[in-house]
Design a binder for this molecule. Structure first.
Ligand SMILES: Nc1ncnc2c1ncn2[C@@H]1O[C@H](COP(=O)(O)OP(=O)(O)O)[C@@H](O)[C@H]1O
Ligand SMILES: [Mg+2]
Length: 341
C-alpha cells in the first residue's frame, strides 16, 4: 500500500527556562492510505507533539532540530504558514484532546460544521450547508437538518463529540488525526465513538492516526501500532504483532497495566517514572524502570531489530548475543492464547 505520510528522523526540542526539553528524539513512521495507525504511550511520551508537527501546530518555543514530514512529495515542516492553513482542516484534519472546548457556544452547529468548507473555499454556502447536514447524519446526529439551527449546549456530551468529529471530517480529509478523542468520555460512549470512526473511515476513505494512552481501545481500531516512550518510538508493528508478540519490555509493561487484559484484576502499573527530557539518559531510556535491563542498556541506545517484515523493536534483548528472558507471566499467557508460544 502506498504511503500517504512519511515522518523521517524527526527531532524536536522545546526551549524553556530550565533548558532544552528533548521532546521528540529521532521519530520515524509512515501512514499508509486507508489504514489506522495507533500511537500509544504514557502521558508525556511525545504523542501530541509528534502529530502537532504534522499539522504545523507546534508551540512557539518548539525547535525542529531535524527531520522531514513528507505529504504528497512536500516537506510540511518547510511549508509557509499560508500553505499549511490551506492543508489544515481540509487535507489533514485533527480532533483535539478535550474536544468539548473546541465548539463555539455562540454559533449554531450547522454554521460551525460548514465553516471549514467556507474558510477553505471548497464550496459555496449552499453546498457547504448541505455537506454539513450530510456529515452530521454520517456521525449520527438525529434530525440533523433541524438540529443544525441549535447551539452546542443543546446537545449531550456524546453528541458534542460527534459534532467535533463532523467538523474534522467535513472536507473529507485524506488524513484524520485523533488525539485521545475518547479520553474524557465514559466507556460506553467511547466504544460508540470508536465504532463511528471506523465507519467513517470506510465511508470517506481516510487514513487515521489514533493517539491514546489506553492500549485497550487500540485492538478494536488500529491496523498498526507504534509505541512511544520518552520521545522515541520503541516498538511498532501490525496490531496483532504488538499485542500478541510484543518484544520491548516497555510494551510488556503497558500490556500488563491494561485493564481489559484477561489476567487483570491484578492490574500492575509500570513502577517508576519516565526520564527527565531535559537530560535524557544515554542508553535505553527505559532501562532504569526495566527489570530486564542489561549492562549495555545504560551505555548504548538500542537500534531497531527486525522481528518480522512489519514488526520492529528497539531493545537489546533482541540482539543475538543477549541472554534469553521470559516475558512476564501475563504476557506469556496472552501469547499462549494466541498460539505464539
Ligand atoms: N510548549 C512546550 N514547552 C516545553 N515542553 C513541552 C511543550 N509542549 C510539550 N512539552 C513536553 O514535551 C513532552 C511531550 O509532550 P506531549 O507530546 O504532549 O506528550 P503526550 O501527548 O504523549 O502526553 C513532554 O515532556 C512535555 O512536557
Ligand atoms: Mg497528548
Amino acid at each position: 500500500m502506498a504511503n500517504i505520510l512519511e515522518v523521517n528522523h524527526l527531532s524536536i526540542d522545546f526551549k524553556t527556562y530550565a533548558g532544552d526539553v528533548h521532546a521528540i528524539r529521532d521519530v520515524s513512521f509512515n501512514l499508509k492510505k486507508g489504514e489506522t495507525l495507533a500511537i500509544v504511550g504514557e502521558s508525556g511520551s511525545g504523542k501530541s507533539v509528534t502529530v502537532r508537527s504534522v499539522m504545523g501546530l507546534l508551540a512557539s518555543n518548539a525547535h525542529v532540530k531535524a527531520g522531514t514530514v513528507i505529504y504528497h512529495g512536500d516537506d510540511l515542516l518547510k511549508k509557509p504558514e499560508r500553505e499549511m492553513d490551506a492543508i489544515r482542516g481540509s487535507d489533514i484534519s485533527m480532533i483535539f484532546q478535550d474536544p468539548m472546548t473546541s465548539l463555539d457556544p455562540t454559533m449554531t452547529i450547522g454554521k460551525q460544521v460548514a465553516e471549514p468548507l467556507l474558510v477553505h473555499k471548497t464550496m459555496n454556502k449552499e453546498d457547504a450547508m448541505k455537506r454539513a447536514q450530510t456529515v452530521l447524519e454520517l456521525v449520527g446526529i438525529p434530525n440533523a437538518k433541524e438540529r443544525m439551527k441549535d447551539y452546542p449546549h443543546q446537545f449531550s456530551g456524546g453528541q458534542r463529540q460527534r459534532i467535533v468529529i463532523a467538523i474534522a471530517i467535513v472536507d473529507y480529509p485524506q488524513i484524520l488525526i485523533a488525539d485521545e478523542p475518547t479520553t474524557a468520555l465514559d466507556v460506553t460512549v467511547q466504544a460508540q465513538i470508536i465504532d463511528l470512526m471506523k465507519e467513517l473511515q470506510r465511508k470517506i476513505e481516510t487514513s487515521i492516526i489514533f493517539i491514546t494512552h489506553d492500549l485497550g481501545v487500540v485492538a478494536g481500531i488500529a491496523d498498526r501500532v507504534a509505541v512511544m516512550y520518552a520521545g522515541k518510538i520503541i516498538e511498532y508493528g501490525l496490531v496483532d504483532e504488538v499485542f500478541y508478540e510484543p518484544k520491548h519490555p516497555y510494551t510488556w509493561g503497558l500490556l500488563n497495566s491494561m485493564p481489559t487484559l484477561e489476567t487483570a484484576g491484578k492490574l500492575e502499573a509500570i513502577p517508576g517514572t519516565p526520564p527527565d527530557l531535559l537530560d535524557p539518559p544515554k542508553g535505553d531510556a527505559f532501562a532504569p524502570r526495566n527489570p530486564y535491563a542489561l549492562q549495555i542498556d545504560v551505555e548504548e541506545e538500542p537500534p531497531f531489530f527486525e522481528v518480522s517484515k512489519t514488526h520492529f523493536a528497539a531493545t537489546w534483548l533482541l540482539h543475538p548475543d543477549a541472554p534469553a528472558v521470559e516475558p512476564p507471566a501475563a504476557i506469556q499467557a496472552l501469547m499462549k492464547k494466541h498460539n505464539v508460544l
